[in-house]
Write a protein that binds this ligand. Structure first.
Ligand code: BTN
Length: 327
């Protein structure tokens, strides 16, 4: 019996659960249950213990520990196991290191604070302590490396859906991998992979979400937002992380069925903020403009040029911008 199991049992009941009940459910002694309750209390969970009634959860801190995430997780493989780090340079960097050492598909690295978070295109990513989600999921797909950029889109869709489902925020996707609300960035995704010849060794998909962040660095102030800023209410980071993983697992299975986005593109396009808008495509060879039409089954953004031709923009290292601002 683990702390996460007790936590979800108490949460599920929402009322007193007797020590007897818990000890029977998990096939351990009542003393063992009591020990775990003590540990949870010292982690910061407010658990009331009343003689003859049992235990009741009266308050939860917003932790993102392995127990906190596992107690909310209902996935088959995504997030098994969860590796929690109070502080790390970058969860992507850490996940790549343990992947080199053999970490399996589904391993999740999650940190409360990143002191050297990485963004796309060499940018930095800020994860302040206690208020954000920074997590990296290890995948080991038997696919051509050319298909991997599509996984970023799968995660973008998962995060967007999770935010809508849990908090009713009108989250949309900015192709290929940002989640935005009212034109401000809520989440970013950075996918990295290791390949050998034409084979994928591992993929690390890193997701950063501004959950209860209220202060952004000056240069981001009008470009970034958080769940708290959008809803006026603090959200549970572990609940959001677990929901993103559940949605990701579901969508990723669909992606594997066809090895492309055939089964997901309709939903993706319905949530695509760029659709119908003028975008500036920034490519190493130069920038150009057109109207975004939506993605195709390979995850390319179809952009119509002024003269009517439609170009496919590959979801690799390019970025699209709105002409008048970030989206
Ligand atoms: C971007 O929008 O540029 C991508 C941001 C990705 C940030 C996440 S936070 C977890 C993981 N670890 C990192 O260092 N980066 C990703």
């Amino acid at each position: 019996m683990m702390k996460s199991e007790i936590l979800s049992a108490l949460r599920k009941k929402g009322d007193y659960v007797s020590g007897q009940e818990l000890s029977e459910q998990f096939q351990v002694s009542r003393t063992a249950v009591w020990k775990k309750i003590k540990e949870l209390q010292s982690d910061g969970y407010r658990i009331e213990a009343v003689p003859n009634r049992g235990y009741r959860i009266a308050g939860e801190p917003d932790l993102i520990t392995a127990e906190a995430v596992e107690s909310r997780l209902d996935t088959v493989w995504a997030g098994h196991p969860v590796i929690y780090l109070a502080e790390v340079a970058s969860t992507n960097q850490y996940a790549k290191k343990i992947s080199e050492e053999g970490a399996g598909q589904g391993t999740l690295v999650i940190a409360d604070f990143q002191n050297q978070g990485k963004g796309r295109l060499g940018r930095t990513w800020t994860t302040p302590a206690g208020t954000a989600v920074a997590m990296s999921l290890v995948l080991r797909p038997r696919l051509s490396p050319l298909r991997i950029p599509m996984v970023t889109l799968v995660m973008g869709l998962a995060v967007t859906k999770a935010c809508r489902e849990l908090y009713s925020v009108p989250a949309l996707i900015k192709w290929p991998n940002d989640v935005v609300v009212e034109g401000r960035k809520l989440s970013g995704i950075l996918t990295e992979m290791s390949t050998e010849l034409n084979r994928v060794n591992y993929v690390v998909i890193g997701t950063g979400i501004n959950v209860n962040v209220t202060e952004f660095p000056r240069d981001l102030r009008d470009k970034a937002t958080s769940v708290l800023l959008e809803t006026g209410q603090a959200a549970s980071r572990s609940e959001l992380a677990a929901c993103c993983l559940a949605r990701f697992e579901e969508y990723y299975e669909k992606f594997l069925q066809t090895e492309d986005l055939s089964l997901l593109m309709e939903e993706y396009n319905s949530l695509l903020i760029n659709r119908g808008r003028t975008v500036q495509v920034q490519e190493p060879e130069g920038n150009w403009r057109g109207t975004a039409l939506g993605i195709d089954r390979e995850g390319c953004l179809l952009v119509e040029k002024e003269e009517g031709s439609v170009e496919k923009v590959f979801a690799g290292e390019v970025s699209v911008r709105g002409v008048y601002g970030y989206v």
